[in-house]
Write a protein that binds this ligand. Structure first.
Ligand code: ARG
Length: 368
């Protein structure tokens, strides 16, 4: 039985949300267009996205409007009676850091706070970063994690990888978009393939977790997660370069939202989800016109499926995605439209920019 005082308790993507961290954004220097960046975004490179100037600074407009939208989103969730927390800005603007391993980067904002953490039960699991510039990102969440620890939460952090070129396994990219694989540079620091996986590669379904494993880095991360969550039934899939909340998002027990372009049939889903009602979003519902700046988008037009459930009925969705909103209503959901203008440029939407720290309910078994 969990400690009633503990502020952290979350077993699914849909139980009633009580406390959530919503990310923030500050001036972003485009992540160094390095091996970690290329391998992480390989599905989109494969689809022809490109970055005109890999070393450019993100225009201030995206930062200011992104922050405006996050503030408005925070207020809307507060009006729902949800306790909203925000990261601490410990960097004063673009901060370049270097490492003893021959690489450097600009510290990234804790914007897509879903990515480098998995909350399961009363435990915060900080996952080992996949992208070099995100190496210190979770430090912006530490003040909150200390508060949660003092309230009774368990806090586990994975070994930080040294992330030399040869730390990365590029087998997924070689298989799916060979021209983007690039070549690793050997250094004296190499220790071989390392554990690297994001929390956003997981979807929590009570006693079961779906996990996307696309390479040997993820496989080692999966081993680490299983050792730390021994009672969880994990279901391994490989449907993306890393994160799956741009491919499939469970909305409620028995109801799943998927990107129909990437998951055209249910047999691509893990067996336990094949009996669920699948709401398939097609090109028709995806709002290409809602976004601009294709050439600096980190996320695909499917980012509108990256929704956040407030409970088994209410789901936060991009206000501009009008056809998606109609599709959700047709399938019995109550959409909560919220403005989020730059999910593609910023590489994430409502599921990405949130970490659902506490949802009301116990660890249910939805499959036996
Ligand atoms: N947690 C996240 N940042 N997820 C974003 C996934 C976006 C997905 N790769 C796409 O391009 O549509």
């Amino acid at each position: 039985m969990s400690d009633p005082e503990c502020l952290v308790s979350s077993y699914t993507e849909w139980q009633p949300l009580e406390e959530v961290i919503i990310g923030h954004v500050f001036q972003i220097r485009t992540p160094v267009f390095d091996r970690s960046f290329q391998l992480f975004f390989s599905d989109n490179f494969h689809d022809g996205y490109f970055f005109s100037d890999p070393e450019f600074d993100l225009p201030n407009r995206f930062v200011e409007e992104g922050q405006e939208d996050l503030e408005e989103f925070s207020q809307i969730l507060s009006d729902f009676g949800i306790k909203v927390r925000r990261p601490t800005n410990i960097f004063d603007g673009p901060t370049l850091f270097s490492t003893p391993y021959g690489w450097k980067g600009y510290a990234s904002p804790a914007l897509n706070v879903r990515d480098q953490c998995l909350i399961y039960g009363n435990t915060i699991l900080e996952t080992p970063p996949l992208v070099r510039t995100r190496f210190y990102e979770n430090d912006q969440l530490k003040p909150l994690f200390y508060e949660y620890l003092k309230s009774g939460a368990n806090w586990i952090s994975a070994p930080r990888p040294i992330m030399t070129d040869n730390s990365f396994d590029d087998s997924y990219v070689r298989r799916t978009s060979p021209k983007n694989a690039g070549e690793a540079v050997s250094t004296v620091h190499d220790i071989g393939v390392e554990m690297m996986i994001d929390g956003a590669q997981c979807m929590r379904l009570g006693k079961d977790i779906i996990i996307n494993v696309a390479n040997k880095n993820h496989e080692l991360g999966f081993k680490w997660l299983k050792r730390n969550l021994p009672d969880v039934r994990f279901h391994k899939i490989c449907i993306a370069d890393s994160h799956i909340d741009g491919r499939l998002v469970p909305l409620a027990p028995g109801k799943l939202l998927v990107d129909g372009r990437r998951i055209p049939s249910n047999d691509m889903l893990p067996p336990l989800l094949q009996t669920w009602d699948v709401i398939r979003v097609t090109e028709q519902e995806l709002s290409k016109e809602a976004y601009q700046y294709e050439d600096i988008s980190l996320a695909s037009i499917a980012i509108d499926i990256n929704v956040l459930s407030l409970d088994e009925k209410h789901v936060v969705v991009n206000k501009a995605a009008t056809r998606m909103i109609k599709l959700l209503e047709k399938n019995g959901m109550i959409p909560v439209p919220v403005r989020f203008r730059h999910g593609r440029v910023l590489g994430g939407a409502f599921h990405c920019v949130t970490l659902d720290v506490r949802r009301r309910g116990d660890c249910e078994d939805y499959f036996t």
